[in-house]
Design a protein around this ligand. Sequence first.
Ligand code: SF4
Length: 668
Amino acid sequence: MRYAETGFNLEVDLTRGGIERVATDPRETELYLGGLGTNARILWDRVPPEVEPFSPDNLLIFAAGLLCGTPATGCNRTIVSTISPQTRLMAFSMMGGFWAPELKYAGYDKVILRGKSPNLVYLWINNDKVEIRDASHLQGKGAVETEELIRHELNEPKAQVAAIGLAGENRVFFASIEQGRSSASRGGIGAVMGDKGLKAIAVRGTGDINIARPEEFLELCNGVLEYIKVREENPIPGVMPILAGLGSPQEMRIHDEKWHTESFMWGNSRHRRKGFWTEEVEKAWTQTLENARTRLISCYNCPMKCAATISMPGVKTYMMKCFSKLTYTMAAMSDLDFGLKIAQHATEYGVDAFSTPQVMAFALELYENGILTEDDMTGLPSENEKRFYWLLDRIVRREGIGDVLANGTYWAAKEIGKGAEEYAHNNIKKHEQLPLKLSMLNPIYFLMYSTGEKINITQIEGQFPQMPFPTREEREEFVKDWFQVPDEKFKQYFLDWELRGENSFPYYPTVEMCCDIVDWQERMHYIDDALGMCSGLSSFPLKPPYHIHNYPKFISSGAGIDMDEAKLTQATKRYRTLVRAVNIRRGMRRKDEKPPENHWKKRFPELETKLLDEYYKLKGWNQEGIPTQEALHELDLDYVSEDFIQRGILTDGEDSPAKEASSGTEAK
Ligand code: SF4
């Protein structure tokens, strides 16, 4: 018997209209867990590097994490994997909401889509009845609107629907997949869905999931719920309010936006507005949000209520969470009222709330600087906010200049030329990043930004405080009940970390400590992405209820896989390395692993080189960032070595020498 997972995937060939229920190999679960882990294995096996993102041979995988559908609180993530049109690397975007547990109850762990449908269709999974249905009447419909229309058409109000909007249909490189109260936004996965001619996947499941040792598992779940209560009653002192508790940053609940509005950049990630957050602004924005927010809401099986339904006058109610509250406002140098209104349009169009505002602000900056001309922008309104609506409409329709901008700032700048590349200044691996420009190099974030392959906006931060606490007493207080650390040494790293002086940035934490910290943080994020756990209860907040010490017990008692911390660490390393292998095979190298030049004013090239050198070593990668033959062997990934050797990426028996020196040129 299979536990926690169903043991079946749904394989759908959209070209031929074929649907197959395929049994999976339990040994793969032991090696790669599930969710992201097994997605990486499938992409490695079935999507060779020659396959372009918009090829029918590219796969689009919707995976429910290993523990989704079990009573584990907050375990509801769908992990969507494909080859991204924007980065040309593996994308693995997560969405919360309700879809993944529903898929499990319908009897499947993953939906694997290949080919392309000649007409727009949607997939209807109703337990063991699965059909591809015509969606021509849904063409051009909004993503949320589509969800409602499909539920109505199927007469199944409990169906969970993941859908794309116009942006996905038109293959906008930053198109999202929207679902219930969540979305999978990064990497342009909605564009791949649109390219496949798939408007939506509706799912309804009424089956059960088996738990290996239910009593033990439920006891663990109750422990988590109790701990959540304790943490909610005891927010961490000295940490900004949106991060002091658990869950996603509590932007819908908390009104204090001093930190975001004064630390993050406005416009095309250009302007820092110190002193912006006055009493007057706070009052006005608090009122705007309180009037707009009709209800705080949660994802499946979670008490945290990180999201809210938003109703603005003249605009249909929609769902919002997290920093998307501010992205449009800040890009347009406008106010919260504008941001909350335009976000509704953007959600229906189905676009990433982080990339889209940046792309529009980038276009306006090019226009102001004469790189885009009147001819390019014929009809552009004179009023600032209207310009954003105008650009959004053109981008999602790929009309005129919108067709160029729809490829994101990196590719648009290349196409526009005339120095436009200087203005696409906020990318890593060809993807828009958080609009932050800081002073002193942060070595921990340097490593996260450089080596991250998830392209999530919060990077892989979370387990270790973002900044030192001002006094030793505060730090001592913090470490007292910090039982989540995988090793006591992390407490000492934190205790000795000062805001100023010898033990401060950029040389403290030391290179070795930074590598340890980033490795731990990344491990936790990757575990979540395989299990389907919301990072808001695990890898993202400080002192979370899920951690390296209780996760093995959840896996053992839930999935019936004999697990301990060492085994879990090894499994995570295995599929994390496999994600890198997929990307290495697609041309990613050390030269791609760099934060934007202007992310920090004070840079330390020698230190940065050392950080990357040492981190690569710790991860078992050579100086080009390629996993070594030895490391691959230790992880049972010899098939990757063989492929690398065959392709000339590695030379048999020669791991260490770099194949090419680090350079500033771009990989394809
Ligand atoms: S913590 Fe928040 S984002 Fe995460 S599952 Fe719960 S409600 Fe959803």
